[in-house]
Design a protein around this ligand. Structure first.
Ligand code: SF4
Ligand code: SF4
Length: 353
């Protein structure tokens, strides 16, 4: 299977992947750390992680008889400025990474089945409980940095990972055994909400990415006031990493930033029709938060910024009885943060019913 592994990697690169490596299917070494992280409540409201925690103990839970885990990465990075209020994490500014990864992994699986009849292969992109970063390290793609991201010496950490589980022994790569963080603590120091309890220990309960993407419903006051201009995700602990200083830009056309996420206008988010939201969220990673989460985030962020120009749009959301309750809650919260007579008038009108 040595030659098959070599040709498989060549095929993956030809399909547009930036890096590919192979790990043996085994219990991931980071699994006990993951369980301790969950037990400490650091997973916040991500109940789905706990629901499938046991399955992460071995990739055999995803593909019976799995012997090899092919890990492949795509770079999504590239330098571009964003407004101080209304920032969208880099990975979400282009087309949905799930689609970009899955399409290529399915083609790779098809190629493998043709080359090695009888072999089973299953593509995994965030859709099955696999400890992707652990397997990427085992496959030699890089090390897990103190910010918990996988860091590739040449590509940095602005990459997304996909896996192909294979029930055949493919020649594995040497694991990336060393760490190159050294004495650096930039990511830990730069986090605007102090979400790191220490190196490699991220507490989702204080992370902007968690609140703006994963959390459904109203965001508690303390976290709502600490979004630091982010409308979806947060890149700070990656932006400051020295290994991203020379990181390359995305090569695949799907990751070219879309204008609506590259320079978002949050006041327009508040007034955008549901139909237009649906259209813009098609093939976008922002779909995970949905209109409810995104308009909520926009309202809160504008409120913290004290944006008087957002008052009419916030007042309209609050006054609409058919509006999503999460959005109405956020609109009221935001109006309460804006020091302007028209904001107070909108809240008074709402209180009077
Ligand atoms: S994503 Fe942002 S809030 Fe979360 S740990 Fe990194 S810097 Fe902190
Ligand atoms: S900022 Fe420094 S400590 Fe953090 S991941 Fe990068 S190299 Fe490691």
């Amino acid at each position: 299977m040595d030659d098959l592994a070599r040709r498989l990697k060549g095929r993956a690169l030809a399909l547009g992947f930036d890096r590919v490596g192979i790990a043996p299917a085994q219990a991931p070494p980071g699994y006990p750390h993951f369980l301790a992280w969950l037990d400490a409540g650091r997973g916040a409201g991500m109940g789905y992680l706990a629901d499938h925690a046991g399955a992460r103990a071995h990739p055999g839970a995803i593909l019976e008889g799995v012997r090899s885990v092919v890990m492949a990465s795509l770079v999504y990075g590239g330098r571009s400025g964003q407004p101080a209020v209304g920032k969208v994490a880099r990975y979400a500014r282009g087309a949905d990474y799930h689609t970009a990864l899955r399409g290529r992994l399915e083609l790779l699986a098809e190629w493998l089945r043709d080359e090695a009849p009888g072999v089973s292969a299953r593509a995994v992109v965030d859709t099955a409980p696999l400890m992707e970063r652990d397997f990427a390290r085992l496959a030699g793609l890089g090390w897990i940095g103190k910010n918990t991201m996988l860091i590739d010496r040449k590509l940095g950490s602005f990459t997304v990972l996909g896996a192909l589980l294979v029930d055949a022994d493919l020649e594995p790569d040497a694991p990336h055994a060393s760490s190159h963080c050294g004495t650096c603590t930039r990511c830990l120091d730069a986090c605007p909400t102090g979400a790191f309890d220490g190196p490699y220990r991220l507490d989702a309960r204080r992370c902007i990415s968690y609140w703006t993407i994963e959390h459904q419903g109203p965001i508690p006051d303390a976290a709502a006031g600490e979004l630091h201009g982010w409308a979806f995700g947060c890149d700070v602990c990656q932006d400051v990493c020295p290994w991203n200083r020379k990181a390359p830009a995305a090569r695949i056309p799907e990751f070219a930033p879309r204008p609506e996420w590259e320079a978002p206008d949050l006041v327009e988010w508040l007034t955008r029709s549901k139909w237009r939201w649906k259209r813009l969220l098609t093939n976008s990673a922002l779909r995970r938060a949905g209109r409810s989460g995104l308009v909520r985030n926009a309202a809160l962020t504008l409120g913290v910024a004290g944006r008087v120009d957002a008052v009419p749009a916030l007042a309209a959301r609050l006054a609409d009885p058919k509006e999503d309750p999460t959005i109405r809650h956020a609109a009221a919260w935001a109006l309460g943060r804006i020091d302007a007579p028209e904001a107070r008038a909108a809240l008074d009108a709402h209180a009077r019913g």
